[in-house]
Design a protein around this ligand. Sequence first.
Ligand SMILES: [Zn+2]
Length: 227
Amino acid sequence: MSEKRLPDAAVKGGNKTFFSLDELITVTVGKEQTKHMIHESILRQCPFFDKCLSSGMREEHEKSINLPDDDPTAIEVIIEWLYAKTIDRLQCGNHYIVAYVAADKYCMRELQNSIIDKLCSTPYGDVTPSFVSSVWNGTAEGSKLRELTLDFLHYCIVTRPELYKPSDGRYYKELQELMHDGDVAYVLMWRLADQRELDLEHPLLKKGCVYHVHEDGSACENGLETA
Ligand SMILES: [Zn+2]
């Protein structure tokens, strides 16, 4: 069992902040039971945690929330987001997947969209078929992260087919494995077969809310309305 306090910036210093009046809630995550001490007002920004801490719930009485099935990195990303509206903890492809899944689970649409924006703004080369497989296996049907990675793979195959060809293609074996991977293989096959779907605009360069989630029909200020 380990214990972490996040982030120091919110609690250190002699000056009183509005955090000073907050209760600290113990959030216990995953099989390792990693513990975080988080200010109640911060947690309540997320509707799910707000409900957990509502009157009458066990969590409110015990000042603790247990998340045994969640990914520790994903919850760290959520905590960083709640405190600072940053997502610097996202460092590798798997972080993006687990954090996106958790943000979706807890209905944190702004965080989901920020994860997508960060993925799109990261210096890129090729998307690997194995990453696309991981995304499809880790997310639910209708996920915008699925859509983005599939569009990206489709774009890469159409524009640089030599990377995916048998014998010497760098991603041939990975693509071969992906084509045995159920839903994603089927969707990709149709995308490649249907010339009406031929879209040569690089998906990471698309402007606006194309891969965002906006349940209320709104859009980001500088973005385009979701179709
Ligand atoms: Zn948007």
